[in-house]
Design a protein around this ligand. Structure first.
Ligand code: CUK
Ligand code: CUA
Length: 622
């Protein structure tokens, strides 16, 4: 077993190293490779053939722009669902609907997944996620595990601090990581404090239309907003988010954004903001309803917190919120109740940018500093309300009691956990039982694949003394994940017939090709094991067009059988889509290349799948 020395790279280690000697804790238990799992542990994660996992894990795919679906406790990778980037395995980004949703973007940086909630419990209907790379938000439908809508968020750059939904999915709040001028116009950085803003968006989702909408925005000060969480139960109308760079530095943030001893948690009442918008308390800018806190007063407060906090997490009972230090080795427990009382009494210590600052001492319940635990980032909870905080620098999970601050247990993980995720962890009633550490560094864990290793997810049994019992590699970058009980998700087996869909063709004799000037519409069928594009043609599986024609292929999979998926690709035309059983999917392109191009089904669908081919003939322009 190799001994691991905490990584001394990057901002976190650099800063903590300046104040704390690593020698102080080099003898602690956290430098061991945890490989002491036993045969009975193996049985706990073994899911025999024919049985299914108890939970789904939805893990952020980071800069792959995708979402990874795993089973828990087996930790088997089940599916990758593309969200913010095209994917040739599923034809995502090629068919008309997904192509339109992605626009010109070919990558995304998916950070925090969030299940839709009803009464503070995951309801298994939708999964939301945000893209830090290109400032988008997405909604995935869990009947089909496909993305239904993507929204581009204006005035914002990198909604890292999201997505966390309110307890009945009323809103998803998208605060920004990077401050930019409103409208992302050009403004010199010397005017940063006056001209830049950290805009937060309140986004709603219409479940009937599968549409995301921006309800309003808030022009917060030009700081970086890092992580947020929605209140629960008695704090359900509220939400919290951490900030850094309240110094408003515009260069060398590593040093300059870490000057002040305190940054802030922004505490806001979204019911009040909603009311302000209804009362016309906003300015219309760039087509958005924008609340300017210095002008439209109310609903937003600042809570001082130890410098550069990272995560903030609301306890399952909704009574407390816990900030994790990042640069300060402590977790700070704040009371919502005390915060409400302080607001009532106007117990303020001045203001910043017109936003009142609540007195720290009035609402802080305790600062918790487990011995030698360094780099606290994020906290999850079990069924008894106990907290589990990831320690990025000392590479461990610390279990502690938020009511007393007492450290209850610790377990080393390999290495440098960012988030961890508990089963049903963000609900009002977490399950206990399982916690998964989402580790940034997996060296020593798997067969080497070169200088860059995968990340790792380590399954921890938390039913008794914490024990790491399984580990699974994961592509970059599991920023966050959520775990939902498997029986909450009800997928469909086939797409139901939709007689109103004019693009669908369910009967073979109705497959046809219609021409309208230089537009060609193919109403075709994919079935085991052939394509029918034109039922009356000599060769029904051939599409012939003229060079320069605009081609629309509407393809219906008439195999109403679970898992009989067909693909459709045209060689050398850079096109590939999938049609699920019963589904009609459209692909639109210009036939700009003349020649003879075989077309074929890309998804192995029957014993005669290899025969499921045809030709796409493009007659050259004279
Ligand atoms: S962040 Cu905290 S470790 Cu994007 Cu949630 Cu990665
Ligand atoms: Cu259809 Cu292969």
């Amino acid at each position: 077993m190799k001994k691991w020395v905490p990584i001394a790279s990057g901002l976190l280690a650099g800063f903590v190293a300046a104040t704390i000697s690593f020698a102080d804790f080099s003898n602690s238990t956290n430098n061991q490779v945890a490989s002491n799992s036993t045969k009975s542990d193996a049985e706990k994660v073994y899911v025999p053939f024919g049985e299914k996992d108890d939970y789904y894990l939805f893990a952020s795919g980071g800069h792959s722009g995708q979402m990874f679906i795993y089973g828990v406790p087996s930790m088997r990778h089940i599916r990758t669902v593309p969200v913010f980037s095209p994917d040739s395995a599923t034809g995502y980004g090629f068919d008309e609907h997904s192509k339109k949703m992605l626009g010109d973007y070919t990558w995304g940086d998916l950070h925090h997944p969030a299940f839709s909630e009803t009464n503070g419990d995951y309801d298994g209907k939708y999964m939301f996620a945000t893209d830090v790379g290109n400032s988008r938000a997405a909604a995935m439908d869990l009947e089909t595990f496909t993305v239904k809508d993507i929204i581009n968020v204006p005035n914002t750059s990198g909604p890292h601090c999201a997505a966390f939904v309110t307890q009945n999915t009323e809103y998803m709040f998208l605060p920004t990581r990077f401050a930019v001028p409103i409208g992302s116009e050009y403004k010199p950085l010397d005017d940063y404090s006056d001209q830049y803003r950290g805009v937060m968006s309140a986004v709603t989702f219409d479940q009937n239309k599968d549409k995301l909408n921006i309800a309003y925005q808030v022009a917060l000060p030009p700081w970086s907003y890092d992580l947020s969480d929605a209140g629960k139960k008695s704090s359900a109308d509220w939400a919290v988010m951490t900030t850094y760079n309240t110094e408003e530095a515009t260069t060398n943030l590593e040093i300059n954004a870490s000057q002040a001893d305190r940054d802030f948690i922004v505490l806001f009442n979204w019911k009040e903001l909603e009311k302000m918008v209804a009362d016309g308390q906003y300015d219309e800018v760039t087509g958005q309803k924008m609340i300017f806190p210095e002008k439209h007063k109310g609903g937003i407060y600042l809570v001082p917190v130890a410098k550069s906090p990272h995560g903030v997490d609301v306890t399952p009972d909704g009574k407390h919120f816990i900030a994790s230090g990042k640069l300060a080795p402590s977790m700070t427990v704040f009371s919502f109740e005390k915060a409400f009382a302080a607001i009532e009494k106007q117990d303020f210590a001045g203001e910043r940018n017109g936003i009142p600052i609540i007195n720290y001492d009035s609402i802080m319940e305790r600062e918790v500093n487990p011995e030698n635990a360094l780099g606290p980032l994020h906290t999850q909870f079990d069924d008894k309300g106990m907290a589990y905080t990831t320690m990025f620098i000392s590479s461990e999970i610390v279990k502690w009691d938020p009511k007393t601050g007492e450290t209850l247990d610790r377990v080393p993980v390999q290495y440098s956990p960012g988030h961890s995720v508990a089963a049903e962890g963000d609900t009002v009633a977490p399950d206990g039982k399982w916690l998964i550490a989402l580790n940034k560094i997996a060296k020593d864990s798997y067969l080497s694949v070169g200088p860059s290793h995968p990340e790792s997810m380590q399954l921890i049994d938390i039913s008794g003394k914490m024990k790491v019992i399984q580990s699974s590699p994961v592509n970059p970058e599991p920023h966050y994940a959520q775990i939902i009980k498997a029986d909450k998700i009800k997928t469909i087996e086939v797409y139901p017939k939709d007689e109103n869909n004019k693009l669908a063709t369910y009967k073979q004799d109705q497959a046809r090709i219609e021409r309208n000037g230089n537009e060609v519409h193919v109403y075709g069928i994919a079935m085991r094991s052939k394509f029918i594009f034109d039922a009356k043609a000599k060769r029904p599986d051939v599409i012939e067009v003229n060079q320069g024609d605009k081609v629309f292929i509407h393809l219906t999979n008439t195999d109403f059988d679970e898992d009989i998926t067909h693909g459709f690709a045209i060689n050398s035309y850079n096109l590939n889509i999938e049609v699920q059983p019963g589904q009609t999917n459209t692909i639109e392109f210009t036939a700009d290349k003349a020649g003879t191009f075989p077309l074929y089904c890309t998804n192995f669908c029957s014993a005669l799948h290899q025969e499921m081919t045809g030709y796409f003939l493009v007659k050259p322009k004279k």
